[in-house]
Design a protein around this ligand. Structure first.
Ligand SMILES: Cc1ncc(COP(=O)(O)O)c(C=O)c1O
Ligand SMILES: N[C@@H](CCOP(=O)(O)O)C(=O)O
Length: 471
């Protein structure tokens, strides 16, 4: 399997290099050159498999040039062995047609663990045979940061510099990051939004001299391996609900468009996906893009679902690549226009193509609270604000009555206790695996939201790559 950049100018890479590269050298995002397609029989054969076995079957074609099946199984067993639920990502039925796919049973209580536990092990494996040091630079609105830090704390040959927007993540999220005092973990609160943090990460990669000297790598969903691991649970859930004989719809609380793009990838691989519901909060650029073709940024509004307070969704570029007929040069020109004007208009044809699979919804704070209350009062489930946005959109979606709708429950309610309590009157306790969080010492730097300040910090506290990579 070769991976190509959405901007068309970077060299195609194999799985190991694409995992270590993160972002392509032309500023694009990597995607498989073509999708492996599973037949109905292959999908039917996933029925009854454990999560680890499903993960091996689904990811095998993507990693085959770098890892054999036994190696992949060992990595998946180690990654998913740390989850607190035997099913890893259990499905919970809410009513006759609505289901929650609980993705928060990992060590840091959010869906990010599903991919980042594996990515940490992939980095370790690939770095073990290379005389190089990797510097991860990441941006987080709260969950990627804690999951990446858990996965990489104390590992050899890797430093993590994680940028979060000061004051715009929950206390639990911040403490999950800043109380990890391993010497290779460097938390930075920036004076700005998640979008500012993400723009700094991309600018650091674009400074090719710096990126090469420090051998920058990515844990955000710009890294293809993140999405590859996330597409597994679409297969896992769908076969439990009748795939390949029955199509299933998924409602996905969306910010950076990574999770829902993984659903798109699963559909490209032959999974019968009836619809993907892109559920946004009031930071609704993706809803405007998909419903009206208006992909233009505004100001980020802080909400009770802070992990989705995002305007520029990195992975939308991956969908745009397909909507531009996989023409990297055309997309590169379109992205240059977007970066200059902060707006892009999707053509009617592009919107119609996207509408084949995607619908979207903007969920306001009242609708979000209502979904939390409905979940608690009608089904006994306490859900977090992000999952509530997905559930609200799922319940409002206009879909055939025989299509089951799975809402991705992306975070444990304890991560957002104040918002859950406001909506439901219930205050979720912290699960044992993160108890003691509020007694631990915190450590982080506070820096201006500029590339220069972040690079200086990396130079002062990081480790250069040491040797040049072979060409
Ligand atoms: C809890 C939670 N829900 C939903 C999202 C949105 O996911 P994505 O950025 O993949 O669209 C995030 C952040 O990414 C998150 O942390
Ligand atoms: N919501 C995310 C934002 C970063 O998303 P990613 O999936 O691209 O890493 C977060 O919690 O940090």
């Amino acid at each position: 399997m070769r991976y190509v950049s959405t901007r068309g100018a970077a060299a195609a890479l194999g799985f190991e290099d694409v995992t270590l590269a993160g972002l392509a050298s032309d500023g694009g995002l990597y995607l498989p050159e073509s999708w492996p397609v599973f037949t109905s029989d292959q999908i039917a054969a996933l029925k009854g498999l454990s999560y680890v076995d499903t993960a091996v079957a689904v990811m095998k074609p993507f990693v085959a040039d770098a890892i054999d099946e036994a190696g992949l199984r060992a990595l998946c067993a180690a990654a998913y062995g740390r989850f607190a639920h035997a099913a890893v990502t259990p499905l919970v039925q809410l009513d006759q047609r609505h289901f929650l796919l609980e993705l928060f049973h990992g060590p840091t209580l959010a869906f990010k663990d599903v991919a980042l536990q594996l990515l940490g092990l992939l980095f370790e494996r690939f770095l073990s045979s290379r005389d190089t040091h990797l510097t991860i630079i990441g941006a987080t609105s709260g969950d990627t940061g804690s999951a990446a830090i858990d996965a990489l704390a104390g590992r050899a040959k890797v430093d993590v510099f994680m940028l979060h927007p000061a004051g715009r993540v929950s206390d639990v999220q911040r403490r999950q990051m800043t109380t990890v005092l391993a010497p290779n973990i460097h938390n930075i609160a920036i004076d700005g939004s998640f979008d500012d943090a993400q723009a700094i990460v991309k600018a650091a990669f674009a400074d090719t001299d710096f990126a090469g000297r420090y051998r920058l790598g990515a844990v955000n969903s710009i890294n293809w391996a993140r999405l590859m691991a996330q597409l597994v649970y679409y297969f896992y859930a769908a076969v439990r609900l009748g795939a390949p004989d029955r199509a299933v719809a998924f409602s996905v609380p969306t910010g950076n468009f990574g999770d829902v793009f993984a659903g798109y990838a699963a559909a490209k691989m032959g999974l019968p996906v009836a619809k993907l519901i892109v559920a946004t909060n009031v930071n609704d650029i993706l809803h405007r893009a998909l419903s009206a073709g208006d992909y233009s940024t505004g100001t980020v509004t802080p909400t009770a679902a802070p992990s989705m307070d995002i305007q520029v969704s990195s992975n939308f570029e991956r969908l745009l690549f397909d909507l531009h007929g996989r023409d990297g040069a055309a997309l590169s020109a379109a992205m240059a226009g977007f970066e200059a004007d902060r707006r892009m208009t999707l053509s009617e044809a592009q919107r119609a193509e996207a509408a084949g699979l995607f619908v979207s919804a903007r969920v306001d704070p009242d609708e979000m609270a209502l979904a939390m209350r409905w979940g608690f009062q009608e089904t006994g489930q306490i859900i977090d604000p992000h999952s509530a946005i997905g559930l609200s959109a799922a319940r409002a979606a206009d879909l055939p009555a025989d299509v089951p709708v799975v809402t991705l429950a992306t975070a444990h309610p304890a991560k957002f206790r104040d918002a859950v309590e406001r909506a439901t009157g219930q205050r979720p306790g912290l699960p044992a695996r993160i108890s003691g969080l509020f007694e631990r010492e915190e450590r982080y730097a506070t820096l201006p939201a500029t590339l220069g300040a972040i690079q200086e910090h990396i130079v002062a506290h990081g480790t250069p790559a040491r040797v040049a990579e072979p060409a």
